[in-house]
Design a protein around this ligand. Structure first.
Ligand SMILES: Cc1cc2nc3c(=O)[nH]c(=O)nc-3n(C[C@H](O)[C@H](O)[C@H](O)COP(=O)(O)OP(=O)(O)OC[C@H]3O[C@@H](n4cnc5c(N)ncnc54)[C@H](O)[C@@H]3O)c2cc1C
Length: 507
């Protein structure tokens, strides 16, 4: 079994991709989707975010952006949503605007750099900017349109990921991982630690038993190395591999150079959408952006502060955001304040993420995504899926699995990670919304499990082999289960994998 520590957008995306590929997975997080992913604006904007010193990050971002349409479509289907638009996914570009002659000169320079990199950008006059976005301030002197940039609503994305995981039978254990469990062979699992009033276990999945579904309080009665004496929860969860995806908190569990970078952000509400696309600008030397949602919400962000694990929302932070946003779009001050929040970005010394083997057997990393974890989610999941399912990527033979939880393989019988590829993926499976939910006091136990669903790719209409769920196969072009890692060129994929490799910090 693979255990994912951290249920933010990174951990949940990895868990979803692994589970879809047939790997038994458990996610451990005391409060899934409550970290930086809850705060994030959701810009998928590698082009407009590019700086002269961050070309490698741009390459990662562009590769992940290219994966977003398929990622969003598959996630929407697995979560029972009618389309990617239900995730707030839109691909209408970003407009970067300038106020002063200096701003304009800087934008011009950026445009030249982007063009040199072969990125699609369009220089606009002030009037052209206002034609695109009539609510822009009259003082806008010019701008740069990056038509390929997109955005999503990260809260909807993480909610959809949790729904998809539940459907796939993935346990989400609502507890904190206190430490990694190691033996002479490497990382063997995680030891859970309770916070006051923690709900220890919330277990879902099509075949979860009623006792798995119970939510128990506190940690009393736990026995070392196994389920608690009363059988309510395990103190440790054994794993073949552990994926550390605990965002800004990752450094508390393994020696990774990840630090918290505070970001304050606000959500405003207007009866009608004020903007048609993301708008960004530099005001008083500070970057500010506005991200519209289809329902009239307008996200204004974000501060960048090096204050450790401080998540207080401050008057000064909000004042600066509103002051600068008003320079771009004066109408924002009329809007209702819906939400203010501070999140902690998981920053690294070079701003690149840590994705891949974690320097000791059994440990993988999916952390350090800093400003771009939402953008990089599809690429993160693809890199880890390829790395963890590649031949030879297996950890040392597993000790007895001490978990009391049941992932998909435990539910569906032993999964063979090598030879059960379902080339059609789960596209033909029933979506949650279509599932018949039997009136069953035992909860969702009567639902069809993935292994019982009819494989649409099978002309004979047979079900997948009993007791098996589809697993990933990596083909020579670097594709995983028919899912291209990054375009058709495996060398490019390897190159990107190298950029994120935790090995660059000697871990
Ligand atoms: C204000 C703001 C705006 C942003 N805007 C954007 C944007 O527009 N586009 C973009 O791509 N990115 C954006 N980001 C960055 C993005 O939010 C992050 O890069 C991304 O959310 C990181 O995801 P994560 O899953 O690694 O971390 P998180 O979302 O922080 O998740 C980490 C999870 O780990 C859990 N955890 C912590 N410790 C433990 C433990 N010991 N045991 C178990 N679980 C644990 C936490 O409960 C949490 O759920 C923004 C960030 C902020 C703060």
């Amino acid at each position: 079994m693979d255990v994912i520590v951290g249920g933010g957008v990174a951990g949940l995306s990895v868990a979803w991709r692994l589970a879809r590929a047939g790997r038994p997975v458990t996610v451990v997080d005391p409060a899934p989707a409550s970290g930086a992913s809850h705060a994030a604006a959701g810009m998928l904007a590698p082009v407009s975010e590019v700086t002269f010193t961050e070309e490698p990050l741009l390459r990662l971002g562009a590769a992940s952006l290219a994966r977003w349409p398929a990622f969003a479509a598959e996630l929407a289907a697995d979560a029972g949503l009618s389309s990617p638009a239900d995730l707030g996914y839109r691909a209408d570009g970003t407009l970067d605007v300038a106020f002063s002659a200096d701003d304009l000169a800087a934008l011009d320079e950026t445009a030249g750099f982007m063009e040199k990199l072969g990125l699609r950008v369009q220089r606009l006059t002030g009037r052209e900017c206002r034609r695109l976005e009539p609510m822009l301030a009259p003082s806008v002197r010019g701008g740069l349109l990056a038509p390929d940039d997109a955005w999503v609503d990260p809260r909807r994305v993480t909610a959809a990921l949790l729904t998809a995981l539940e459907w796939l039978g993935v346990a989400v254990v609502r507890a904190r991982a206190g430490e990694l469990v190691r033996d002479e062979r490497g990382v063997r699992g995680v030891r859970l630690s309770a916070g006051a009033g923690d709900s220890w276990v919330r277990h879902g999945g099509p075949r979860a038993r009623q006792d798995d579904l119970e939510v128990r309080q506190g940690g009393r009665g736990a026995s070392r190395g196994g389920a608690s004496r009363d059988g309510s929860y395990p103190e440790e969860i054994g794993a073949e591999r552990v994926v550390l995806a605990a965002g800004a908190w990752s450094g508390g569990l393994a020696p990774v150079p990840v630090r918290p970078v505070k970001g304050q952000i606000m959500r405003l509400r207007s009866p009608e959408p004020l903007l048609g696309r993301c708008v960004r600008g530099m005001v008083h030397g500070q970057p500010v952006y506005l991200v519209p949602r289809g329902d009239g919400e307008l996200v204004v962000g974000a501060t960048q502060e090096e204050l450790g694990f401080d998540t207080r929302v401050t008057a000064g932070g909000l004042y600066e955001l509103l002051r600068d946003a008003r320079e771009l779009v004066p109408g924002v001050t009329e809007l209702e304040v819906a939400d203010v929040v501070a999140g902690l970005r998981p920053g690294t010394p070079d701003n690149l993420p840590l994705i891949g083997p974690g320097g000791e057997p059994g440990l993988f990393l999916a952390t350090g995504h800093h400003r771009g974890g939402v953008l990089l989610a599809p690429l993160t999941a693809a890199i880890l899926l390829a790395g963890m399912t590649a031949p030879g990527a297996r950890a040392a033979p597993s000790a007895a699995d001490v978990t009391a939880h049941r992932g998909p393989a435990a539910l569906a019988g032993p999964a063979d990670p090598v030879d059960q590829t379902d080339p059609a993926g789960p596209a033909g499976r029933m979506r949650p919304a279509e599932r018949a939910d039997p009136v069953d006091p035992a909860g969702p136990a009567g639902r069809m499990r993935p292994a019982e669903r009819v494989d649409p790719a099978d002309p004979a209409g047979r079900t997948s082999p009993a007791g098996r769920v589809p697993a990933a196969r990596v083909d020579p072009a670097g594709r995983v289960g028919g899912d291209a890692l990054v375009g058709p060129d495996a060398a490019v994929a390897r190159d990107l994998v190298a950029l994120c490799s935790p090995g660059r910090f000697g871990s």
